[in-house]
Design a protein around this ligand. Structure first.
Ligand code: DOR
Length: 423
């Protein structure tokens, strides 16, 4: 491929630069010989390629909802150069063979890097540990383990999982949901609204009691804990407390928990059914403040595609989950950058550097510097658009931003020097 230069881009630091790319990496201009193609980035911000810690790609098993091909195309359109693929596929990614299988499909079909997440427990049943060591040592080099969609509720199993992964500096990414406090039927935030709608509620404490237990288990074992999709003020307080004690805990917030509140469920539109549920403005504010001050380390999408067959049901029966990859950066700009709560350098940290560190990745989340892999996204900070779910690259249509006017930032995505999205 002809070498190229991205000219006049604004770096996260605010400096302007010409970025030379050849053979998949950023190069010193003096080392680039011959013809050079020019990409004008005047007025655009260059961020390191975004890294998602939490993506449901549904393949293998539910290719009617999403495939690795369609999900990674949605990722590229959202500015991502890497996604972590959640383990709750069919079959579950709970062996080295399954993790390698995901990697093989991604090598053939992927529009970005795909890093398999391994299940914590066999079949996500929460009873016996999955083959954590074999997955870690496999070609898939699994470092993040999660039963996401389900909570590892058994304290002893959670302790063992945390202890086990210290051998390879792995991390347990927990879906914090006490299965008794928020049982199978719980389908929206427990509040005056859930009472009025007659929907079984999911109290904030069903999340924070698990977070409080897990940070203590992380302290006991000296292991790394990652808290998925933090949605409550109480969880934020617990994480802040644990970090101050030196516990190795990291946390993520989703775009939807930064932006949407529980009042969305009033029309019984199952697009807004998600786990953990959308909360109230007090919780949203606590999550935003935690993302701003670094208590929450990363933004992760929890992109959860579902078919109409799984969504077109009464609210308490429909499957939980909403799309997130294509609008993640837009929502972060709307809720955090425009109000002055995150700088561009901090967006790069929360959406690229931090998730790459948490996932122990070596070629993602790197600085935009000579010799580094050319993973980046060019961002127009001014553009806006009305979101149209019919335009999505995803196979599913459960987009909670449909019909809303939001920033439309992603102009070009480049993964390992290749353009994977250009609008
Ligand atoms: O709403 C959700 N959907 N939350 C999860 O944790 C799992 C996900 C899914 O797999 O659909």
């Amino acid at each position: 491929m002809t070498p190229y230069v991205i000219s006049g881009a604004t770096l996260p630091s605010g400096e302007r630069a010409d970025l030379y790319i050849a053979d998949g990496c950023f190069r010193d201009p003096a080392d680039v010989v011959g013809e050079v193609r020019r990409i004008d980035a005047d007025g655009l911000i260059a961020l390191p390629g975004l890294v998602d810690l939490h993506t449901h790609l549904r393949e293998p098993g539910r290719e009617d909802a999403e495939t690795i091909e369609s999900g990674t195309l949605a990722a590229a359109r959202g500015g991502f150069t890497c996604v972590h693929a959640m383990a709750n596929t069919e079959p579950v990614t709970d062996t080295a063979e399954e993790a390698e299988h995901v990697l093989e499909i991604a090598a053939r079909d992927g529009h970005c890097q795909v890093v398999p997440i391994g299940a914590v427990s066999k079949q996500l049943e929460g009873v016996e540990l999955a083959e954590l060591g074999m997955m870690a040592r496999s070609k898939a080099r699994v470092r993040v383990f999660s039963d996401d969609g389900r909570c590892v509720a058994d304290s002893l199993l959670m302790r063992r999982a945390l202890s086990y992964v210290t051998a390879f500096d792995g991390v347990i990414a927990q879906h914090s949901q006490d299965p008794r406090l928020a049982g199978a039927g719980a389908c929206c935030h427990e509040s005056e609204i859930s009472g009025r709608l007659g929907l079984p509620g999911w109290p904030a404490q069903a999340e924070s009691v698990i977070v409080a237990r897990d940070v203590q288990l992380a302290e006991l074992t000296g292991s790394r804990l990652h808290v998925c999709h933090v949605s409550t003020a109480e969880s934020v307080e617990v994480i802040r407390w644990a970090k101050a004690r030196g516990v190795k805990v990291t946390a993520e917030a989703t775009p939807h928990h930064l932006y949407l509140d529980t009042a969305e469920v009033i029309g019984y539109d199952t697009t807004y059914k998600v786990n953990p549920p959308l909360r109230t403005s007090e919780h949203i504010e606590a999550v935003r403040a935690a993302l701003a001050d670094g208590t929450i380390d990363a933004v992760a999408t929890d992109h959860a595609p579902h078919t109409p067959q799984d969504k077109d049901h009464p609210f308490d029966v429909a499957l939980p989950g909403m799309l997130g990859l294509e609008q993640a950066l837009a929502v972060v700009i709307e809720t955090m950058v425009k109000p002055g709560r995150l700088s561009w350098a901090e967006v790069a940290e929360r959406m690229s550097h931090a998730p790459a560190r948490i996932g122990q990745l070596t070629t993602q989340g790197r600085p935009l510097a000579v010799g580094e892999p050319a993973n980046l996204v060019l961002v127009d900070p001014q553009a806006t658009a009305v979101v149209d779910r019919a335009q999505s690259a995803s196979r599913s249509r459960n987009n909670p931003y449909h019909g809303r006017t939001l920033p439309n930032p992603v102009v070009t995505t480049i993964w390992a020097g290749q353009i994977t999205h250009q609008r």
